[in-house]
Design a protein around this ligand. Structure first.
Ligand SMILES: Nc1ncnc2c1ncn2[C@@H]1O[C@H](COP(=O)(O)OP(=O)(O)OP(=O)(O)O)[C@@H](O)[C@H]1O
Length: 988
């Protein structure tokens, strides 16, 4: 037997373990109403996976199928039912020869457990196992009275399931359902993937922009760091060298300072010594003056004594004898002669000295005159320069009188960002180059340099807002050197009168070298217009040429030149100011030197005058004395000549010591005078030396002041350079986390000069700034998002493929279903007419598809014509007829398709006795083909059963089973009938 046994325990009324053994084809289950027959049917369906509480005729919960107890029995907590099948024919797709399917339910947790051959499994495993075997919870295997009566009244489409079951397409339908669910799920996934892709695509575009921007930023940053590190290394090295140079200069200047200081100390010592000498000379002169006065007094005394002596002599002479008188006269004459000759020689000496002084004074006066005229000329020059300096200074104070816009920007410079200055301030013409540079720059000298275009725009906005005029701005970021090509440079430099290229004729901060080269690198400076013309010709009039006088030969050959009233511009003014200041300093020094020289000459002149006057007075005095002495000697000579033979022996005849004394006194006085003059002269010379030394002191002090200023300036430069170097070092450290030594070791040749590199750094910084905010995670995010998008695209493709595969599989399954369904439908239809005739005793029956074109969904109609009846509409048949029609179809199906097991639960209940017997007889035809378990009350049916199970229920509400082999049963019935008369089996 296919179903070998059923084991129940705790299921509904089967509280105790009950085993129903099936040994024959047809087994009947009999018993009074409510004894629990149908519970066996329920138990089979329950094991085969029934989930509907309603179908199981249970309460509100699945746990209601567990024996709920009775007045005399306690409820149980576990329901367990096992079906044991013979699988030697492998009706189930399993290698096992016996299959035991078990389901149990515990009241405590209301949880069901499933087992196949005692191995726990899922409900799905049981469904899969029984699928299309003819078993199953909704299968043809289990037909109830309700199924039978509903068949005829059912809608055509509701009948379809019976035929589908017969055709065994449930698994396809189930698979189709699974496939459809999969398809639905796939579509959901596809939609979700598409949504995600849309979202990613939406994010990808801006993220791509951000990533590109970040890539640009990183590329700029890399270039910047490479170049800037090199620039910083170069600059730090350069600052280091400059600092060394500055230190050397400072050390040298400090040593000069010390040397000057020593000189100053020496000069002070010398001046001090000279002053002491002057004091000593003053003292000497003073002493000499005293001696002179004393000598003069003595001289006066001697003169008085001489006069007295002469008077005495005169008297003695009048009293003396001839001899004595002669002797006296000879003495007087000798004295007179001595005095006369003495005064004469002294006078001549004085006169010689006087002449010499006059000559020297004349020479000094000539020098003074020359010096005065030089000084006057120097003074005029100085005044002129001073006046010009005032004018230039005033002009420099208001350099942009006619450029309102430039003036406004310069005034507001501190409140505007990025304003570097006006070209004319930033580029300073070198000496003698003012006119040329002014001509070369032209109007661009009033352009304002800004750090970049943004600053220029802001400044123009400022001028607009304030209506402050117009100005031209030159952003440093657009400046590029514009040198002449090599051939033009060669021609220009080989031209006669070539001075330089205009960019070489200006000085500027290294920061503005790019501006300088951009504006002036292509302009040539020549000495004269003639040479400029010649050069222009050789350069085919393609280049702008300017001359030192400010003439211009324009490209094309036109020329500009001439001279206006005021040729000055900010470019020339600065240079002029520098030149004037330099000249003014020189002129002042020259003037001071000339004044000093003039004063020296004046002093000398004064000194000569004094000496001359003094000498003149002395000469005057001496002349008188000389005249007196001369006349005295002459008159004495005349007077004493009359006396005869007087001997005139001037030297030997002097007997009076007084005359000699007087003469010595005069000589002494003259000597004192000379000494005083010499001392005075010496003092004057020392005074001059002191003055010169004091001048030297002043000069040295000036030099020292200048040196100190220079040292201070160098200190400032040093601090500045040190700060710049520290800044660069800090930048290396903070921006690039590098020490100088490490950065230096990484130094690379950039294949560009340092100025270009600096320019590149500015340019790159500007580019980075113009990028604005940068999301550095963007490239990574973009890569991840792109990868995700690719992944999603792949997923989408996979899902679309899967979807197509499912659709293909569904189409294939549909085709199989159509084929199997159509085949089974025809088979059943072929059987139906015969079965119908057998059960109805004639007539016709036929199945039709409501919509043959849609075999997958078509409903099934049944056309019947019982014998002798014209009625075709199935609805109009009686209940019994409807049941018999349904049974006809059921048997047709059983004929068309072999079922291993059929459970009929009072399917023939509505039939009359005759039809029950036909039914029973027909049932007998399937013996050996299918196994039947028949729940019945009808004796006709029972008669066909091989075995009957009688179900009873005592007052404890528990179903009991009694197995009766039919032979025994017939025997028992016959025995009972004999004993009790006409009692039916049913009543038993
Ligand atoms: N959980 C349960 N616990 C105890 N008894 C139950 C339970 N569920 C159902 N029963 C009992 O089972 C009986 C119904 O059994 P069933 O319907 O199989 O009877 P039957 O023999 O088929 O009757 P009929 O001939 O009238 O169709 C009722 O007496 C009912 O009380």
């Amino acid at each position: 037997m296919f179903l070998k046994r059923i084991e129940l325990q705790g299921f509904k009324s089967f509280a105790d373990k009950t085993v129903i053994q099936f040994d024959h084809d047809i087994t009947g289950i009999v018993g009074p109403n409510g004894c629990g027959k149908s519970n066996i049917n329920d138990a089979i369906r329950w094991v085969l996976g029934e989930q509907s509480i309603k179908s199981l005729r249970s309460g509100s919960s699945m746990s209601d199928i567990i024996f709920s107890g009775s007045k005399y029995r306690k409820p149980v907590n576990l329901a367990k039912v096992s079906l044991v099948f013979d699988n030697t024919q492998h009706i189930f797709d399993s290698d096992f020869d016996e299959i035991e399917i078990t389901r149990q339910l515990e009241r405590a947790n209301n949880e069901a457990s499933y087992f196949i051959n005692k191995t726990p499994c899922r409900l799905k495993d049981i469904n899969d196992l029984v699928m299309d075997t003819g078993l199953g919870r909704d299968s043809l295997s289990i037909i109830t009275q309700g199924n039978i009566s509903a068949f005829a009244d059912a809608k055509p489409e509701d009948r379809r399931s019976l035929f589908e079951e017969a055709a065994g397409v449930a698994k396809y339908k189930k698979r189709k359902q699974v496939s459809l669910r999969k398809l639905e799920k796939t579509k959901d996934n596809l939609d979700r993937v598409q949504d995600i892709m849309d979202e990613i695509e939406h994010q990808l575009v801006p993220l791509k922009r951000q990533a590109d921007k970040a890539q640009k930023y990183l590329s700029y940053r890399d270039s910047l760091s490479k170049i800037e590190i090199n620039v910083l290394v170069h600059e730090i090295g350069s600052y280091h060298e400059q600092l060394q140079e500055l230190k050397t200069q400072i050390d040298m200047k400090r040593s000069d300072l010390i040397s000057y200081d020593t000189q100053l100390t020496n000069l002070d010592t010398e001046i001090e010594a000279a002053r002491k000498q002057m004091y000593q000379l003053d003292a000497t002169i003073h002493t000499l003056q005293g001696e002179y006065t004393q000598a003069m007094n003595q001289s006066v005394q001697l003169e008085k004594r001489k006069i007295e002596l002469d008077e005495k002599r005169k008297y003695a002479l009048s009293q003396a004898d001839q001899e004595e008188r002669k002797h006296q006269l000879e003495q007087i004459l000798a004295e007179a002669r001595y005095e006369y000759e003495d005064r004469k020689s002294r006078l001549e000496a004085m006169q010689t000295q006087y002449d010499l002084l006059l000559k020297k004074q004349e020479q000094t006066r000539q020098d003074l005159y020359r010096c005065t005229s030089q000084r006057e000329q120097a003074n005029r020059m100085y005044q002129q320069l001073d006046n010009r300096q005032q004018i230039v200074s005033n002009m420099l104070a208001q350099p942009y009188q006619h450029q309102a816009g430039v003036r406004a920007i310069v005034a507001a410079k501190s409140s505007l960002s990025g304003i570097e200055g006006v070209i004319s301030e930033l580029l300073v013409a070198k000496d003698q180059m003012g006119q040329a540079i002014q001509a070369a720059l032209g109007g661009t000298q009033y352009q304002i340099v800004t750090d970049n275009e943004v600053s220029a725009r802001a400044a123009i906005g400022f001028l607009k807002r304030n209506r402050s005029g117009r100005a031209t701005f030159l952003p440093m970021t657009v400046c590029r050197p514009r040198p002449l090509n090599q051939q033009q440079q060669f021609i220009a430099t080989s031209c006669e009168g070539f001075i330089d290229f205009a960019n070489g004729c200006v000085q500027c901060d290294p920061r503005y070298e790019m501006v300088r080269d951009s504006l002036l690198g292509h302009v040539i400076v020549m000495d004269t217009l003639e040479h400029a013309n010649e050069c222009a010709k050789r350069l085919n009039h393609r280049v702008k040429i300017v001359t030192l006088d400010g003439e211009i030969v324009h490209p094309g050959g036109s020329m500009t030149g001439g001279r206006g009233k005021n040729q000055s511009s900010p470019v020339t003014l600065k240079q002029e100011m520098t030149t004037i200041t330099k000249k003014l300093t020189e002129a002042k020094a020259n003037l001071d030197a000339l004044i000093q020289k003039e004063n020296k000459y004046k002093q000398a002149d004064d000194d000569y005058t004094n000496s001359i006057v003094d000498l003149k007075v002395s000469i005057g005095k001496l002349e008188n004395v000389y005249e007196v002495k001369k006349q005295k000697y002459a008159s004495l000579k005349d007077e004493y000549g009359q006396l005869g033979d007087l001997e005139e022996n001037a030297t030997s005849g002097l007997e009076d010591e007084l005359v000699i004394e007087m003469s010595k006194m005069h000589a002494h006085i003259d000597s004192l005078t000379e000494q005083m003059q010499a001392q005075r002269q010496r003092r004057y010379q020392i005074g001059q030396q002191v003055e010169e030394k004091e001048n030297d002191v002043r000069k040295i002090r000036r030099l020292m002041n200048a040196l100190q200023s220079e040292i201070h300036q160098l200190d400032v430069d040093q601090t500045k350079k040190q700060t710049q170097m520290d800044n660069d070092l800090m930048r290396l450290n903070t921006d690039y986390q590098m020490t100088y030594e490490y950065a230096k070791s990484q130094y690379e040749d950039l294949s560009m000069d340092i100025e270009q590199a600096k320019d590149e750094v500015v340019c790159l910084r500007q580019k980075i700034k113009s990028l604005g905010n940068v999301n550095l995670d963007a490239p990574q995010e973009y890569a991840e998002l792109s990868e995700r998008f690719t992944f999603m695209s792949k997923q989408k493709e996979d899902l679309e493929n899967a979807s197509q595969q499912i659709l293909d599989a569904i189409a294939e399954m549909d085709q199989t279903v159509i084929e199997k369904f159509t085949d089974m439908f025809h088979k059943i239809n072929n059987e139906l007419d015969d079965v119908f005739k057998a059960l109805f005793g004639g007539g016709h029956a036929k199945l039709t598809m409501v919509d043959p074109d849609d075999v997958l969904h078509t409903g099934i109609d049944i056309d019947v014509q019982p014998p002798g009846k014209m009625v075709k509409n199935i609805q109009t048949f009686s209940g019994g007829e409807k049941a018999l029609i349904a049974i006809s179809v059921l048997f047709s199906i059983l004929r068309a398709r072999t079922m291993p097991l059929c459970i009929f639960d009072e399917v023939e209940a509505a039939l009359d006795q005759a039809n029950v017997e036909r039914f029973a007889k027909y049932l007998d035809r399937f013996r050996g083909q299918s196994q039947f378990i028949v729940v019945t009350h009808r004796p006709g049916t029972m008669e066909q059963c091989d075995t009957l199970y009688g179900v009873t229920m005592q007052k404890d509400g528990v179903s009991q089973l009694l197995k009766v082999e039919l032979r025994d049963a017939v025997h028992i019935v016959e025995k009972e009938e004999e004993e009790n008369g006409n009692l039916s089996i049913n009543q038993r």
